[in-house]
Design a protein around this ligand. Structure first.
Ligand code: SF4
Length: 101
């Protein structure tokens, strides 16, 4: 297409707008992806709703206790998504260094 074509500026503007929309969409995708990727699913770490021997979420280094601090309330986890029972357990359980092994 010749530069002196009357439709040239219009096409250029459309291309610029398209590039801006693409960049905006890519930014949204990355933001959504990073939020979702920050924790893993319960299935991935084979989470179970009961302890494994003496290992349980309530004594795991990654456990975040519930705001109320009640033993019956679910907390959360630094690694696994969703509500986490204090008597649950998963494959990435890690005992805090102060409790020993
Ligand atoms: S890492 Fe696993 S065992 Fe530890 S709190 Fe999270 S879900 Fe529970």
């Amino acid at each position: 297409m010749p530069i002196d074509d009357p439709s040239f500026p219009h096409r250029r503007r459309l291309l610029r707008q398209g590039a801006a929309l693409f960049a905006f969409g890519a930014g949204l995708t990355v933001a959504a992806g990073s939020a979702a990727a920050s924790k893993v699913s319960k299935e991935f770490v084979k989470y179970q709703y009961s302890p494994k021997d003496s290992a349980r979420c309530g004594v795991c280094a990654s456990f975040i206790p519930p705001a109320g601090g009640s033993a019956n309330e679910a907390g959360s986890c630094k690694i696994v998504e969703g509500a986490i029972l204090q008597n649950g357990w998963c494959q990435v359980f890690s005992r805090p260094a102060t409790l020993g092994r």
